[in-house]
Design a protein around this ligand. Sequence first.
Ligand SMILES: [Zn+2]
Length: 298
Amino acid sequence: MADSRRSGRMRAGYGLAACALALLVGCDTLFHNRNELIPSATIAPPPLPGKAGAQRVSQFVFYSDTPIKPNAPLFEELSQLRDQVFNELHLPPSNTIVQVYLFDEQSKYERYMRYRYPELPKRRAFFIAHPGVPGGPRELFVFTYWGDHIRQDLRHELTHALVNSVLKDVPLWLDEGIAEFFETPPERNGLNLLHLDAVKRRSVPVDLPALERLDQVQQMGRLQYQEAWAWTHMMLRSTPQARAVLLGYLQSLREPKPAGALYPRLAELYPAPGDALARHLAANDLPAATIRPVIHRR
Ligand SMILES: [Zn+2]
């Protein structure tokens, strides 16, 4: 399954041993000592892309060996992702720069990631956060390559970067649910047809408390990504009350004290949140013919 997962994320933290912790934010979130980002090996590191210079789009700075046209459809769309995410989630916009490295070839990307982050599993893309200078904002990076899934992968990873630029310690399931919501093309309005179909076929109830107990990246498999998307989509696209639960929870994540679990808040609104989710999924019924297979899914 490892190769079918397309992206991952890692955080870096001062004073923590490399690979020591796989914490709560994302596909593969690890905290690293920044000093350990420079491997001790004496071989020359594989180069980062950037021969074509840096191209800023919104708060993202792209580095590529292939010249980037900011007015190309992909980058025009990405330039709107920032407003889309912050407006939808009612979060204060951040201006933290996200550095995005786009490799020309998958092999070059993989060679670089193996060298720089040898402990990470193989993924199509990574979001990585380093702590930056003490007291300052974190440094946010995205690594990926020009491939067939670049639009989806960039939308997913840049969503992680945007959310994590303003929130700390986003629960693992929710960070992924939000990224899965925004990775869909804007015209889909957060509706992931494959996830919708998969969750509706599920014979066992979709269990949010179980999802909230997950704190290890390795525990997030395909089913958990689908369920994370389903709960996120239900709250954002069913009723104003459900939406208020999620938005209120996101605001509580900005507070110093722990936000706790989201499920009890949802249970105050719905006696049986699982039934509310089932109703929402049924309301978004779509003919099977509209569901196109995608090879690389998590
Ligand atoms: Zn992710």
